[in-house]
Design a protein around this ligand. Structure first.
Ligand SMILES: [Zn+2]
Length: 125
């Protein structure tokens, strides 16, 4: 376990406060969506339509979700849902990012607890 995250010089109290701050900033876990929002401009197939001359229809919004091993799912997102979907995808990344930072802080606190324990044992001999 390498302490390359830059936390090793921060006082323990500050780390605990930072952890608390991150926990408070977690987005509501009910408003989470994993995936990407992509916009497409499409042709409808009617040769008389303006889209046949290059003025495609759109944007049409899709949510694409990777399920692993190159498998994806998703579907069309109606225009009026795009802002919400975008916010929920943002929440997903924010939640993941914050959980990772909290996890880093906890690893650092564990590392210090272990270092303190070793120090105490050496003194106690
Ligand atoms: Zn068309």
């Amino acid at each position: 376990m390498k302490a390359s995250n830059g936390l090793s010089r921060i006082p323990e109290l500050a780390l605990r406060q930072r952890r608390q701050g991150l926990a408070k900033l977690l987005p509501p876990v009910t408003e989470i969506l994993r995936g990407s929002l992509v916009e497409r401009y499409v042709t409808c197939g009617n040769p008389a339509c303006k889209c046949a001359r290059g003025e495609r229809h759109g944007p049409i919004w899709y949510l694409t979700v990777t399920l692993g091993r190159g498998r994806t799912t998703g579907g069309i997102i109606p225009e009026e849902k795009v802002a919400e979907v975008r916010a929920w995808i943002g929440n997903y990344h924010k939640l993941k990012d914050h959980l990772e930072k909290i996890s880093e802080i906890n690893r650092e606190l564990l590392r210090r607890a272990r270092a303190d324990e070793r120090k105490r044992k050496r003194k106690g001999r």
